[in-house]
Design a protein around this ligand. Structure first.
Ligand SMILES: [Fe+2]
Ligand SMILES: [Fe+2]
Length: 288
């Protein structure tokens, strides 16, 4: 089977007309990176590029689209609607698409309390084994064919301050995921684990305490060898660490829609093993 893995879409609405008090202090602070920091220019085509990526699912005869978080810039209702629209029919069913949230999708306490991400993508978060869900809908499982399981974990948290963006799975989610891996219905399958934050950076080192996956080591210790892969984003760089005797494959899709660095992984799975991946750029026009 073939899986298209993209991440960090950062669909961004137009912010100019919005009154300061409607943004709240977190988004107001973030407007500095949005404007002076250049993020508004970097993601000006994010919706169109996501449409191009979903079209590439068919072009590459991929069986499934995997998106590892940060679908939005600042977790507004409109940005979630824009992301959902751009996903089109591919994003209409968990048979063809799986998503997990990133820190930008949990950007404010209000967005999390309202369950905004989960409301917009509820149909993609339903699990084949709901008995393992211990943190809202996570971990969820989507069985693919006879020998693959896609698992979605949530590492996202509301940042205490914009720019502080570490992630945590927590003991409950890790314990449930460990039980799931031993389940007789899963243990013979290749497992693609979706999580937003990075267990390791491009150099194979732990990411920083204020940006990394704090319990990434505990996650990696649950899986060894080519039967397993951790798929993530958050680091806006695209890289792959091959599986070893002591850890699974790690694929980071980087930011798939950032202008000048658009791209995603195509990951091949055969006979219950992850065979590797290739990087591709979306082919269709990248302008609105
Ligand atoms: Fe991101
Ligand atoms: Fe992120």
């Amino acid at each position: 089977m073939r899986f298209l893995h993209c991440s960090d879409i950062h669909v961004t609405q137009q912010y100019d007309p919005i009154a300061f008090r409607e943004l709240g202090w977190r988004r107001s602070v973030a407007m500095l990176e949005h404007t002076i920091g250049g993020r508004s220019r970097a993601y000006a085509h994010a919706s169109a590029t996501l449409r191009a990526i979903t079209a590439d699912v068919e072009r590459h005869a991929a069986d499934h689209l995997l998106i590892t978080g940060d679908l939005t810039a600042y977790a507004t209702e409109l940005e979630f609607q824009m992301a959902r629209d751009a996903l089109g029919s591919v994003g209409g069913s968990r048979v063809t698409c799986s998503v997990v949230p990133g820190n930008h999708d949990y950007f404010t306490p209000g967005s999390v309390q309202e369950g905004r991400f989960e409301r917009h993508f509820r149909h993609l978060l339903e699990s084949d084994f709901p008995e393992y869900c211990v943190a809202g809908p996570y971990p969820f499982v989507h069985l693919k064919g006879n020998d693959v399981a896609v698992v979605g974990l949530c590492s996202a948290m509301v940042p205490p301050f914009p720019g502080l963006a570490s992630g945590l799975l927590g003991t409950d989610q890790l314990a449930s995921f460990g039980d799931l891996l031993r389940d007789v219905r899963v243990r013979h399958r290749a497992v693609l684990v979706m999580v937003h934050h990075a267990p390791l950076d491009a150099a194979g080192q732990r990411d920083t305490f204020v940006h990394g996956l704090r319990d990434g080591d505990a996650l990696l210790q649950l899986m060894t060898g080519p039967q397993y892969a951790v798929l993530h984003g958050h680091l806006h760089a695209r890289f792959h660490h091959a599986a070893t005797a002591t850890r699974p494959h790690l694929f980071c899709a980087g930011s798939s829609t950032r202008i000048g660095d658009e791209g995603y992984w195509l990951i091949e799975v055969m006979d219950g093993r992850i065979r590797g991946g290739t990087i591709h750029a979306p082919r269709r026009s990248l302008t609105n």
